[in-house]
Design a protein around this ligand. Structure first.
Ligand code: GLN
Length: 543
């Protein structure tokens, strides 16, 4: 089978939507009946995203097979509605690790191992393997960073080598940014021209340019870009700011982007089928009834800026469920540390129809989270706790209902007399051997749901599978006592050894899950627990 490879590279600056562009093109090709997969290349030396600070790098997205990847993999899963695995994510660290291991095992048969071609060869081998595994007609490959950086040069070399191998099977899309400086009031093409020069320098000419900007590209600038960048006018796609990322596929479709790509490969362009997607986007654009969700965490600020990328899948999962329940999501970021210095602030939680605490690590802000959970539990505000948000709910319950004032997780207080959350046995051994990276419990695990619980009702089935990323767990030594005090154990591993879901009865919605349901929410199929949470939030408004 012949695979076609579409590389997506960035020019001018990062964060302009390479991931959304990649996912949107993939979605259209898929709607035409082609098999599509997507690969993300992160040029960092880190072996995976697990050791990167989410404020700097954004969310760590966990795949079904337990890889800790970049948030763009999440975008691919949401747009393409497929599960992506380890094979489709690589970093510089991962590639070098394989090359060095191979060298140590004599794999290069006494040859001098030169960076070129050995490193790009390994990159290409990985791309080919992912293409084959997915039986993909099209493989979209997004190279992180921007052209002209040292970091991604070997990945661009892999692109060049793949073109040399078979020029007909490779296309390059440059996603660029066209600023409109307020002092000039005119859209500038020069930075994009420079980006094209940069990529030309490494032997590549872009076949398509996606022009990200505040407003649409006009005719004179399209002509100018075409002339100076050597790209046909109809291969230049305008991508003005969209109201929602989910609108981008329709914008591309209206410019026949995918058809032009297919034509450039001399392939058939069957009609796209975007009916369901368009209906979904129309729905989210017109929904009016607001639902206010407060998300409490700490990974929000960097210098003077607030970033919500650290929780992008949580954010998207809330949106999917809000839209599906006919509500317009209004999501606010609440810093848990503020509740520690000023507990009176907790009263602001009444402004929200639901409170969510996502995953987290370490002690900063944790007491504020526990205080907020106590408030939501006692004032019957719908509460959804994810991973750390579940662990904190168990701590809060043990403190308030069992009177264990020092109840804690050993992550924070290893000396607590009531370690209701403690280190998982399996993880202790891993920590000894492996330091920090890859030492968490990662990937999908099955979970059985108890009859009569909120979770069982929301899922509508008795066993489920969800993705994990944690090192600590519910301590079974406290299970009987906590249950006697009213904590509901709603989900466990099939062997009943691990508590995966806790609930509180007599509450509009109080659910804590050890796993990360947000990774499995898709725009057209929102996650059942997020749906349950958003339904409870809707009911809360009428109270
Ligand atoms: N810090 C907790 C643990 O390691 C929770 C992790 C998380 O929320 N992802 O178990």
């Amino acid at each position: 089978m012949k695979h076609r490879f579409i590389f997506v590279v960035g020019g001018v600056m990062s964060g302009v939507g390479k991931g959304t562009s990649t996912a949107s093109l993939g979605l259209i090709l898929r709607s035409k009946g082609y098999t599509v997969t997507a690969i993300k290349i992160d040029p960092y030396v880190n072996v995976d995203a697990g050791t990167m600070n989410p404020v700097e790098h954004g969310e760590v997205f966990v795949t079904v097979d337990g890889d800790e990847t970049d948030q763009d993999i999440g975008n691919y899963e949401r747009f393409l509605d497929i599960n992506i695995t380890k094979m489709n994510y690589m970093t510089t660290g991962r590639v070098y690790q394989t090359v060095i291991d191979r060298e140590r095992h004599g794999g290069y048969h006494g040859k001098c191992v030169e960076v070129v071609p050995r490193v790009p060869e390994e990159v290409i081998a990985r791309i080919d393997a992912a293409a084959k595994a997915a039986k993909a007609d099209f493989v979209l490959i997004e190279i992180g960073g921007t052209v002209g950086e040292y970091e991604n040069i070997l990945f661009l070399e892999a692109l060049r080598m793949m073109r040399q191998r078979d020029v007909d099977s490779v296309r390059t899309v440059l996603v660029s940014y066209l600023p409109v400086p307020p002092s000039i009031g005119e859209m500038k093409t020069k930075p994009t021209q420079h980006a094209v020069r940069e990529i030309n320098r490494v032997g590549i000419a872009p076949d398509f340019i996606i022009c990200r900007s505040e407003q649409a590209l006009d005719a004179p600038r399209r002509e100018k870009l075409s002339r100076f960048c050597g790209v046909a006018e109809n291969h230049i796609i305008t991508a003005a700011n969209a109201r929602s990322i989910y609108e981008v596929p329709m914008s591309f479709e209206s410019q026949h982007f995918a058809d032009t790509v297919l034509k450039s490969f001399r392939m058939k362009a069957p009609a796209s089928n975007l009916t369901t997607w368009t209906k979904f986007v129309d729905g989210l654009m017109t929904v009016k009834d607001e639902v206010r969700i407060g998300v409490i965490g700490k990974y929000f600020s960097t210098g003077d800026f607030t970033l919500s990328d650290a929780y992008i899948s949580v954010l998207e999962a809330i949106k999917h469920a809000a839209w599906a329940t006919g509500q317009k999501p209004v999501i606010e970021w609440l810093n848990s540390e503020a509740y520690e210095t000023d507990p009176a602030l907790l009263a602001e939680l009444h402004n929200y129809d639901g409170i969510l605490i996502p995953g987290g690590f370490g002690s900063r802000g944790v007491e504020g989270k526990i205080a907020a959970i106590a408030y939501a539990r006692k004032h019957k505000i719908p509460y959804f706790g994810i991973c750390y948000g579940m662990q904190c709910a168990v701590i809060e319950f043990a403190r308030s209902e069992l009177g264990f004032a020092d109840a804690n997780t050993t992550e924070i207080d290893p000396k607590s007399k009531h370690p209701v959350i403690h280190i998982m046995n399996d993880q202790t051994a891993k920590l000894k051997d492996a330091g920090i990276g890859g030492t968490l419990r990662l990937g999908s695990y099955p979970c059985d749901l108890a009859a009569g619980t909120q979770s069982r009702k929301d899922y509508g089935q008795a066993s489920i599978s969800e993705r994990h990323r944690h090192r600590y767990e519910f301590n079974n030594d406290y299970r009987t006592q906590l249950e006697a005090a009213g904590l509901v154990i709603a989900g466990t591993s099939p062997d009943n050894r691990l508590v995966e879901i806790i609930e509180v009865a007599d509450h509009p919605f109080f659910v804590g899950v050890q796993f990360h349901p947000e990774f499995q929410s898709r725009p057209l199929t929102p996650h059942p627990l997020f749906l349950g949470f958003l339904k409870a939030a809707k009911a809360q408004k009428s109270k």
